[in-house]
Write a protein that binds this ligand. Structure first.
Ligand code: 5GP
Length: 202
């Protein structure tokens, strides 16, 4: 069995990552989300090992010390990280693991896992990104401006990725991601076992 892919999907909020990924997960059975480790307290309804692996600050710092993260970051006063062994175990079992993380996280993972697949999901234009954020109407004008600014700065990191996918319609965007994943799976370098069998090598 081939080792599963490590797929990183990033993009500004308002690019519709969640909706698109749901479509992709419905289509490709081998996909699994990576469950992160966090020091924040569980919210109502969150389950250990499903939403997150919940740890104390001390436990998290021990994990950093033991180099157990592919990447980690402080976010809003808590730590969040991608556990290396958990991801590795899934990939060895043949699952394709999806990380939905920002550009900083993506770059740290790529440094450690050179064959990680980096996909950037983007709206068609800055204008469309802006109008999608405004249409949500969940924030005050000042907060909205801040969010628009952050999202546009995130857009500007697109060149650090390998694939850029435009989220014009959910279906077309999901099809593009599915095509990328299928193409990655067909790379010769990822199929050594099959090729050895094909060429009758011992
Ligand atoms: P929440 O506490 O609302 O679940 O997540 C807060 C933020 O932490 C989100 O922006 C989320 O993307 C980020 N986050 C969750 N898990 C990880 C992780 O493993 N690594 C990094 N770098 N950020 C994460």
């Amino acid at each position: 069995m081939n080792k599963g892919l490590l797929i990183i999907v990033s993009g500004p909020s308002g690019a519709g990552k969640g909706t698109v990924l749901k479509e992709v997960f419905d289509e490709i059975e081998s996909l699994r989300y990576s469950v992160s480790v966090t020091t924040r307290k569980p919210r109502e309804g969150e389950k250990e090992g499903e939403s997150y692996f919940f740890k104390s600050l001390e436990e998290f710092e021990d994990m950093i010390e033991r180099d157990e993260f592919l990447e980690y970051q402080p976010v809003f006063g808590n730590y969040y990280g991608t556990p290396k062994e958990y991801v590795e175990r899934l990939r060895t079992a043949g699952y394709d693991v999806v990380l939905e993380i920002d550009v900083k996280g993506a770059m740290s993972v790529k440094e450690r896992v050179s064959d990680a697949v980096l996909i950037f999901l983007t709206p068609e234009s800055k204008e469309i990104l802006r109008s999608r954020l405004i249409n949500r109407k969940t924030e005050s004008a000042a907060e909205l401006e801040k969010r628009v600014g952050e999202s546009i700065r995130e857009l500007e990191t697109v060149e650090k990725y390998e694939y850029v996918v435009v989220n014009d319609t959910i279906e077309r965007c999901a099809d593009d991601i599915i095509a990328i994943i299928n193409a990655e799976k067909r790379k010769v370098g990822r199929n050594a076992e099959f090729i050895n069998r094909l060429l009758e090598r011992r």
